[in-house]
Design a protein around this ligand. Structure first.
Ligand SMILES: [Zn+2]
Length: 352
């Protein structure tokens, strides 16, 4: 078995064009206005119609590109289904619009549907207000914490109104597309119930953000679950992908399709091991505040938005180590959490 990745396609299709990557599976790209500048989406032949996987963010540019693609590539057949990997705005943003345009069905996992609805309805930042006390204890300035309340309106701006109904996708119930079985594999940790779709017959897996070729998906604590352990959920759910054949073509949401999933999994496990080692080394000095641990994990300058994301990642690693009794958390007299490595494993039942 070759332990590296191979990239069968040298470049992505041009804007407004599609490229066939497997029989009846077409790849297209949409621009993104933040972070990574693009997202990969998939257009699948499906009997008398088409299934679209993920949608792009809600803006006029993306709608215009979709209309060009509809005019050029649908062969007179309608879009009958919009199938999603997860609720993040680059994936779900235009799902409501697509469903409306085509009177298509929306298929996704229940938790992703609920989180999308909840985030969309949360206009006043209620979901984030509960996190404020935690973020102050991490040492974030009050002004930055207040900025977080605006994150929910950011989500709302990136998505078109969602349909009130959906069709449930779940592990164990394959989705049939064009007469072929696409097995549903659920990844946790990056989002609540992220679906990947594996078609053994085509030897293709739609990996979403779970199986990216180079960058690791961000794993941070959710505002609604501030004491959560998302890194453990992510790493545990990642194991199942070792069952996918190594020559399977992975269709990721960002960058290029690739083969060599087992190597990619090895690298992701090694990456988080290394991050945990950094955290443990940093915390061997007694009582380090979270923002100091962030500096040890990411040795580069971060802008306020990056700092918030980095803090989320950092706390995810801290929680992972706390739940394994490798780190303990205490509240210092200044009101901040301090993190210290535990010399010998001791039994703790909850956070300090
Ligand atoms: Zn995502």
């Amino acid at each position: 078995m070759t332990k590296k990745l191979s990239f069968p396609f040298e470049r992505a299709p041009d804007k407004g064009h599609v490229q066939e990557v497997a029989e009846g599976v077409f790849w297209l790209r949409m621009p993104l206005p933040f972070g990574i500048d693009h997202i990969n989406l998939w257009l699948l032949e499906d009997g008398d119609g088409w299934t679209i996987v993920d949608s792009g963010v809600c803006n006029e540019e993306t709608k215009t590109i979709w209309k060009e693609i509809f005019a050029k590539y649908l062969d007179g057949r309608p879009v009958t289904r919009v199938l999603l990997t997860h609720f993040h705005p680059d994936h779900l943003g235009l799902a409501g619009w697509l469903v409306d345009e085509w009177q298509a069905e929306l298929w996704m996992t229940p938790l992703e549907f609920m989180f999308a609805q909840m985030s969309h309805l949360d206009a006043d930042g209620h979901l984030y207000s509960g996190m404020a006390s935690h973020y102050l204890r991490f040492g974030l300035p009050e002004a930055t914490v207040n900025m977080m309340g605006k994150m929910s309106s950011f989500y709302k701006e990136m998505i078109s109104p969602l349909p009130p109904m959906f069709h449930r996708v779940r592990a164990g119930d394959p989705v049939m597309i064009n007469g072929r079985r696409w097995e549903v594999m659920i990844g946790l940790g990056h989002s609540p119930e992220h679906a990947c779709y594996h078609c053994p017959e085509l030897n293709v897996i739609i990996g979403g953000d779970q199986l990216l070729p180079r960058i690791t998906p961000s794993i941070g604590i959710m505002p609604s679950e501030p004491e959560g352990d998302p890194l453990r959920l992510f790493l545990e759910s990642l194991k199942q992908f070792y069952e996918v054949p190594d020559n399977c073509l992975v269709l990721p949401s960002h960058e290029l399709p690739y083969r060599g999933v087992s190597h990619r999994l090895d690298v992701m496990y090694a990456h988080h091991d290394e991050r945990c080692d950094r955290v443990l080394t940093a915390c061997s000095k007694r009582g380090l505040p979270a923002l100091e641990v962030v500096k040890a994990m990411f040795d580069r300058e971060l802008d306020p938005m990056q700092q918030m994301m980095a803090l989320g990642e950092c706390v995810a690693h801290l929680h992972y180590l706390i739940y394994q009794n490798k780190i303990k958390r205490e509240i210092h007299s200044d009101g901040l959490y301090r993190y210290t490595t535990v010399g010998e494993p001791t039994v703790v039942t909850a956070f300090a």
